[in-house]
Write a protein of this length. Structure first.
Length: 153
């Protein structure tokens, strides 16, 4: 089963890939690594999920935002690279959560992203190294995530 078929089987839909918000490339490929610039949590209609987790959004809403960020990332890879079937594995993720200084559940929020990657690619290919931190994010987006993938034919 292809990755896109797997996404459909899971009842998921990719949002539109967001345009670059500055002077950078959405993805860069070097050797067998694909680097994805920070992605926002986009809904199917392209609107962004905003707010501070722990203040404006609950933990569960933050996890949903992280899950949507995973789908946004897959849409960006598909748009700017091509087939998702060329992804061998997730290597490294940096998950950033928009929150107040006393919020401490960053890893639990980013689990929304990580679980989707495991659901789509399987445990071996979809589980990589990861960091989860809190900060203020541009446009008040709830979550921003960047990642590195190994690719190959």
């Amino acid at each position: 089963m292809s990755i896109e078929e797997r996404i459909e089987t899971l009842g998921l839909a990719l949002p539109p890939a967001p345009p670059a918000g500055g002077i950078y490339k959405p993805i860069v490929v070097t050797g067998n690594l694909l680097f994805v610039s920070g992605q926002p949590p986009a809904r199917e209609d392209g609107s962004l999920i905003t707010g501070k987790v722990g203040q404006d959004l609950s933990l569960e809403e933050g996890q949903y935002a992280a899950r949507q960020t995973a789908l946004t990332m897959l849409a960006t890879i598909k748009t700017h690279y091509g087939s998702l079937d060329n992804i061998r594995q997730l290597v490294k993720t940096l998950g950033m959560v928009n929150c107040l200084p006393d919020f401490t559940q960053h890893p639990q929020v980013i689990n929304g992203y990580s679980q989707l990657m495991v659901d789509v690619f399987g445990d071996e290919r979809g589980r990589g190294a990861r960091s989860a931190v809190g900060m203020m994010l541009p446009g008040n987006i709830a979550v921003e995530i960047e990642a590195i993938f190994e690719i190959g034919e």
